[in-house]
Design a protein around this ligand. Structure first.
Ligand code: PLP
Length: 436
């Protein structure tokens, strides 16, 4: 193919999946998708961590059709019954006193909205985020993103003012001997950055509760608890970016609940509708909602809270509540143990980490012990794991790729079965065996 970024219709793949042969996906059912030749693949990335309810769920599809027939669109400046019901559902499942919902369309916009709300209520300009994070690729959200691969593309394009970065709670970033030491060092470092920025100028800290595209990394125990204390001490808001970790992905409704910590604002997208329609938003603590309702923030987008998307969201939450959060919890330990099996079996597999149904297999050079660097970060780097993803695809299983070190990301829909986990991880195992 002359230019693999162009599909048959001439669509430019802006996020080109260079690690695997291009396939054209035309159908899906539960955890399986089909290409235009009818070949089946187990979808172990839920199409970019999105389709938590799997593909072609009848309840969600019917809700979309019913809404489209009744009234597809109602101005985002008017009330709409479906939108209101979804907001009530979101407030119900959100942790603590988070209760006020602001709709957006994408995760990037949700994060920008959260930043605007935080800056408004705190009357302070600076936002702190961590290196090795992803919060979006638009003009403002790109500035929040701290993934070195993405930053190379964003460098000259994103609005970088007013954002400071701190180090993630990862072993490579600190010299700690135990997880407890790592938690303490990483949290002290955040406090150091905050004090040097000047706490009065900092509106919020934005963080993924479990790192997503930077490699499914949970924080060491105690880190988030300390981060919450620091936020309280310096009167800074804690924003949990739940674009990937929400809606059962990590075993609870939201990833931050697995840390037993209360955020002030929470952003969501992807899984809210299981990606059956684009929808995103922010859930704010009651007191923030009250301030905003006072009229200090009056912004929004035309398609924010689109009724068809809200109908999908309402149905998806019903499916998660009645069925899939439990089902995901039941199969997650099996996935975890199968992935740890890879760590035991292959020297080239350095670490397996994650939570619930969000996992990363990190690869390292067995001779040096150093992780392979992703070509998005270093143009000259080889990516020997690209062939593993390609081989796995040939064996009927689709996985994701993480960065900045070379990783395979595993994030199946919550409806995945034990048998499908075995099938996909067998395919991954055979692929690693074939390449290394
Ligand atoms: N936040 C996180 C944690 C993400 O992983 C992503 C996208 O992958 C975003 C925000 C941006 O979401 P979107 O691509 O819908 O703008």
């Amino acid at each position: 193919m002359a230019n693999e970024r162009l599909d048959a219709g001439g669509v430019i793949q802006h996020w080109y999946d260079a690690d695997a042969e291009p396939i054209t996906i035309v159908e899906g059912n539960d955890a399986t998708v089909y290409d235009d030749a009818g070949t089946a693949y187990l979808d172990f990335l839920s199409q970019l961590y999105c389709c938590n309810a799997g593909h072609s769920n009848e309840q969600i599809v019917s809700a979309i059709a019913e809404q489209a027939e009744r009234i597809p669109y109602v101005s985002s400046a008017k009330h709409n019954d479906t939108r209101s019901r979804l907001a009530t559902d979101l407030a119900e499942i959100a942790p603590g006193s988070l209760s006020d919902v602001f709709f957006a369309i994408s995760g990037s916009e949700a994060n920008e909205t959260a930043v605007q709300i935080a800056r408004t209520v705190q009357d302070a300009p600076t936002i702190l985020t961590r290196w090795q994070s992803y919060h979006g690729g638009t003009y403002g959200s790109g500035a929040l993103t701290g993934d070195p691969g993405t930053r190379k593309t964003l460098e000259r394009r994103a609005a970088t003012t007013g954002v400071g970065k701190f180090l993630p709670p990862l072993p490579g970033a600190f010299d700690a001997e135990t997880p407890e030491e790592l938690a303490a060092q990483a949290a002290n470092h955040v406090e150091f950055v905050l004090r040097n920025e000047g706490p009065d100028s900092v509106a919020a800290i934005v963080t993924e509760p479990i790192g997503g595209t930077s490699g499914a990394y949970p924080a060491p125990p105690g880190y988030f608890e300390r981060l919450r204390e620091i936020c309280d001490e310096y009167d800074v808001l804690l924003i949990s970016d739940e674009v990937i970790t929400g809606f059962g992905r990590c075993g609870e409704w939201f990833g931050i609940e697995t840390e037993d910590v209360r955020p002030d604002l929470l952003t969501f997208a992807k899984g809210v509708t299981s990606a059956y329609a684009p929808l995103a938003g922010v859930i704010a603590d009651e007191w923030i909602g009250e301030e905003i309702r006072g009229g200090s923030y009056d912004l929004g987008q035309t398609f924010a809270g689109h009724p068809v998307a809200c109908a999908a969201g309402e149905a998806a939450i019903d499916v998660y509540r009645n069925e899939l959060i439990d089902q995901g919890r039941q199969v997650a330990p099996h996935l975890e143990s199968r992935l740890h099996g890879l760590e035991e079996r292959f020297d080239v597999v350095d670490t397996v980490r994650g939570r619930g149904l969000l996992w990363s297999v990190v690869f390292a050079d067995p001779e040096t012990g150093e992780p392979f660097v992703h070509p998005w970060v270093d143009d000259d780097a080889d990516n020997p794991v690209a062939d593993v993803r390609s081989e796995a695809q040939d064996r009927g299983a689709l996985f994701g790729s993480g960065r900045p070190d070379v990783q395979i990301i595993v994030a199946p829909p919550l409806c995945v079965t034990r048998e499908e986990i075995d099938e996909a991880i067998d395919a991954l195992e055979a692929s690693i065996e074939a390449v290394f």
